[in-house]
Write a protein that binds this ligand. Structure first.
Ligand code: AMP
Ligand code: ZN
Length: 431
């Protein structure tokens, strides 16, 4: 029932001792990077005598990673790196993370541990419907599944009928899928005249990479006749494999032998007690190539140290309640409104105002961008208007890796607020 019983059921005090030792190892390794080398020298930080001393270190943010692009956070020789990934969605300066052989191996073990915890076993057929490439959801799960010993189908995302055909032909029993896509796929099942409970052999789904409610999980479980487990991770830590639900389905165990978790007040940065809602801050404990200290995830959640009936002692986090920044997650792809603005403002025919709507359509997220025309710069025909619309859409797609619907509207027709502009209307119900 455990992938690594000793680690997973370690007593709290043994786990704290292990973490302290690993934090000090991490500090020693981090010193080799340009960024932390300078920072730790400036602060005069040596070995820590207790985990709480970590609170004295400053946070590391996504902006720090961008400023240090491409190699300032690398703590090993570049020759020893074997892989890189990046945070999903951005085509500006991305947040890139590096792995050496040890990191890749460690990551696969963590993901295998997560999957094993839910009951996935050698002999299962695992269909990975996540994007392969820079996004960590594809390869991260792929190598974890191989390590566990499942027959792994690297299906990648999209192409619904083919996904269903694979499931039927190969007898897929375990899937990794975006919750929004799992919902969307229900339409494809109906089109194919398929009842998953009758025609497929699915028993486990890993759903994650984007916020979703317990109700969505229950709908997925009921429709496909399986158990769905929440999977949390971020590329900066490794990717998936940071925290995962156990069979109890009451919060995700954060693997504390690999990550040190804190919850802070997003405004003041003050560390909060267990149980309080705040921003998750993570320190890597086992990474070689790119250790990160007190990384601000921007994800809002809560920690619980109550004993879990599954017997694992690692702290649990609640499902993500939201983010402390304005990042939008569109079908699993991260983007910031400012990226949209940058693209729009470079197009001369575009006027002063725009707004962004996100809606749910057939369970998928849809990004709608309403843009005012500049009456002076654009006086063309309807044909030219359509052409302009396509051009804007193409430019946005290139930048965002998401295809928006662009609606051009007359100058002055969008609402103007008195205070700060409210440009983003996230109309997805919290479902
Ligand atoms: P990425 O940088 O592409 O690895 O995306 C990481 C971000 O995706 C996280 O910081 C979260 O905001 C979001 N995310 C990942 N897993 C989950 C999950 N299970 N529930 C909610 N949000 C998630
Ligand atoms: Zn548990």
């Amino acid at each position: 029932m455990y992938w690594d019983k000793d680690i997973e059921t370690m007593t709290a005090s043994a786990l704290r001792d292990l973490q302290l030792r690993k934090v000090n190892d991490t500090l020693a390794r981090a010193r080799n990077s340009k960024y932390y080398g300078q920072l730790l020298a400036k602060l005069g930080v040596g070995q820590l005598a207790s985990l709480s001393e970590l609170e004295q270190l400053p946070f590391t943010t996504k902006d720090d990673l961008r400023a240090g692009f491409p190699y300032d956070f690398l703590a090993i020789d570049r020759q020893d790196c074997v892989r890189l990934h990046s945070s999903s969605g951005t085509t500006g300066i991305p947040t890139v993370v590096y792995y050496d052989r040890f990191d890749v191996e460690m990551w696969a073990s963590l993901v295998a541990r997560c999957m094993y915890m839910t009951g996935a076993r050698p002999g299962d057929v695992f269909q990975n419907m996540m994007g392969y490439g820079l996004f960590t959801g594809g390869l991260g799960f792929h190598y974890g599944a191989e390590k566990l010993g499942m027959l792994t189908v690297p299906a990648g995302p999209g192409n619904s009928q083919r996904q269903l055909w694979f499931m039927r032909q190969f007898g897929t029993s375990v899937v990794h899928v975006l919750p929004s896509y799992a919902m969307h796929l229900q339409t494809a099942c109906a089109e194919a005249g398929m009842d998953p409970k009758r025609d497929l052999s699915l028993r486990i789904a890993f759903i994650g990479a984007e916020p979703h409610s317990v109700e969505i999980r229950q709908k997925i479980e009921a429709f496909y006749g399986l158990k769905a487990y929440n999977s949390y991770g971020l590329s900066e830590m490794c990717g998936p494999g940071v925290a995962f639900e156990c069979p109890q389905q009451e919060g995700m165990h954060i693997w504390e032998d690999a990550f040190y978790a804190e919850i802070v007040d997003p405004r003041t940065g003050r560390v909060l007690d267990d149980g309080a809602e705040g921003e998750l801050v993570l320190t890597t404990l086992a990474k070689h190539a790119m250790p990160l200290l007190r990384y601000r995830t921007r994800d809002l959640t809560r920690l619980s140290r109550e004993a879990c009936a599954c017997g694992r002692t690692h702290v649990r986090m609640d499902r993500i309640m939201g983010r402390s920044d304005d990042m939008l997650i569109i079908n699993g792809v991260n983007l910031f409104p400012v990226q949209i603005e940058k693209v729009l403002m470079k197009i001369p025919e575009i006027g002063r105002n725009y707004l962004i709507e996100v809606v749910k359509q057939d369970y998928m997220d849809k990004l709608i961008i309403k843009v005012e025309l500049d009456g002076n710069a654009f006086q063309g025909t309807l044909d030219q208007l359509e052409h302009l619309q396509r051009r804007i859409c193409d430019k946005l797609r290139t930048e965002l890796v998401v295809t928006p619907t662009v609606k051009l509207v007359e100058a002055g027709s969008l609402p103007v607020s008195e205070g700060k502009a409210k440009r983003v209307y996230d109309l997805r119900k919290a479902e």
